[in-house]
Design a protein around this ligand. Structure first.
Ligand code: SF4
Length: 316
């Protein structure tokens, strides 16, 4: 099992994304608390630590935690909006502490759309510079993209653009928009995606990445919208492999240990007739936000389903 621990190091950001799922509350953790949390993950035999939300690069202690984790052989990475790392010397400081992997959040290949979604003019240009710097410093880069209304029709174009300019990038992650804690402004609510539209460009993006020997994962998207690539569903992989995640939040949630029940979201009546029901997470936040989404029950032979489970477990 590849268990992963998340540490929220602070809760403030230099972007203002309309759909941010962890809005600022100005909390942060001390150097000592960060070390305590890393030690706790070591004791639990977790394989990876992710420094995150938002924005880990604004923490003055980030390089110290990265170095500490490396010194005790704990694999670590960070998720970043790519604002601070546009400064080469800043990136070098993290690379010198042995940051091995960074997930940069890119919302679109179109500068205007990315800057609109981050509500921060100039953020796309800085992000591209951050990717350039990281790769120059031999830090591995992966891309996270929030699926939303404004990029739902060009998810494929975004991966093609990024792999053309940065061929070293081999792994992509799409997170379907999490509306639970986002702002409830008109603009924020307008970012909720149309699943049918998003599915079309997502399938093209996955086919392209597959054909170029790249890998990908998709979170919070039901399996009926990712036919042929069900193996890439983060939740389905966790269900099949019985993995867990632990997240140290910087708000009233504090520490959450996510196991099986966390990977299953809402199911509709029609899901009862779907052969993927037992390994599909369903629709996240159906009742409150995504009640306009349809489901398409899938019919699979027993052997096809077994084949899929074996693929996820890495047996075939
Ligand atoms: S019909 Fe329901 S169970 Fe089947 S893939 Fe869609 S959301 Fe999942």
């Amino acid at each position: 099992m590849a268990n992963i621990g998340y540490i929220q190091v602070n809760r403030y950001c230099n972007n203002q994304c309309h759909f941010c799922s962890n809005p600022s509350n100005w909390n942060n953790i001390s150097l000592e608390r960060g070390i305590e949390l890393i030690d706790d993950f070591i004791k639990r035999e977790y394989k990876w630590i992710i420094f995150t939300w938002w924005e880990p690069t604004l923490s003055p202690d980030l390089a110290k935690w990265i170095k500490y984790a490396n010194d005790i052989w704990m694999e670590n990475r960070m998720i970043s909006n790519g604002m601070m790392c546009s400064d080469y010397n800043f990136s070098k400081k993290l690379a010198d502490a042995w940051l091995k992997l960074v997930h940069f959040s890119v919302y679109s290949c179109h500068e205007k759309i990315h800057d609109f979604l981050t509500d921060t003019p100039g953020s796309w240009k800085k992000l591209m510079m951050s990717i350039t710097n990281a790769l120059k410093l031999w830090v591995r880069v992966q891309i996270n993209t929030v699926i939303n209304h404004y990029n739902e029709n060009h998810l494929d174009k975004t991966v093609i653009f990024l792999t053309k300019h940065f061929p070293q990038i081999k792994h992509f992650v799409w997170n379907n928009l999490d509306p639970l804690m986002m702002r409830k402004t008109k603009t924020a609510l307008s970012t909720l995606p149309n699943y049918d539209e998003a599915s079309k460009s997502l399938l093209k993006a996955m086919a392209y990445l597959d054909s170029t020997n790249r890998t990908f994962r998709v979170e919070r998207f039901p399996l009926c919208y990712m036919q042929w690539y069900e193996r890439a569903s983060t939740e389905t992989r966790k269900i099949v492999k019985d993995e867990e995640r632990m997240v140290h939040f910087l708000d009233e949630r504090e520490t959450i240990r996510q196991q099986w029940k966390h990977w299953e979201h809402d199911k509709l009546e029609a899901c009862k007739n779907c052969d993927l029901n037992s390994i599909c997470s369903g629709i996240y936040e159906y009742d409150n936000y995504y009640n306009y989404v349809n489901v398409y029950p899938r019919q699979l032979s027993k052997s096809d389903k077994e084949e899929l489970i074996k693929k996820i477990k890495g047996i075939v």
